[in-house]
Design a protein around this ligand. Sequence first.
Ligand code: PEP
Length: 249
Amino acid sequence: MKNKIVAGNWKMNNDKEQTKSLLNKLNSYKIPDDVRVIVAPSYTHLDQSIQMLKGTQISVAAQNMNAASSGAFTGEVSAAMLKSIGVNSVIIGHSERRSLYHESDEILNNKVKSAIESDMEIIFCFGEELDDRKSGRQFEIINKQLSSTLFNMSELDWKKIVLAYEPVWAIGTGETASPSQAQEMHAYIRKIISNRYNDNLANNVSILYGGSVKPSNVKEIFKGSDVNGGLIGGASLNADDFMAIVNAF
Ligand code: PEP
């Protein structure tokens, strides 16, 4: 079954007190039973967040992880470390990781394999650049990104994968893909998954949209029949805005 999911990527925001305050506000809201809510605080506040969200409908994801299980990788964090504090989900492939930290498809493929080996859920991000969209190459780019990172995974592995289509030109820019652009791409993604695997897998994977989603535009975006929720950056830092998005289905 596809899940309705709203995930908040807090990026490098919120210190300890701000994390506590935002989580307290989120905890004061009633969440619809059929919506999964996930927040991704920074590494330093994952443990605190796990503790504060125990017994609630909100779960915690990490924003990144290293593919290696341990060793000389200064500043990095492994899947096993995340699992040891109760973090069972991780965002992989965010466009900021790809562009600022040069994470290639090969690196991302290794991270996906490592996360699957550790039985972690993956929120896998991908999306085309503005130039790709302007030149009409967006479908080709998405096909390539998914083929080289996820299409060597087994059908069983896909039970742990949530997709997040995030056109790079819409992230943090205030510019959103139109509801029809989002729906069109999500339908295309299902089609290529069906071609590589089968209809059943394609129809059951949750595909989130990300890119300047906010309370004012979310309802139209979520109307897309292949849009199963959102990965939210800026608007996830404000509890009222984030919960308006959670309640927008
Ligand atoms: C993101 O970073 O994943 C994102 C979608 O950011 P924003 O909502 O701020 O565009």
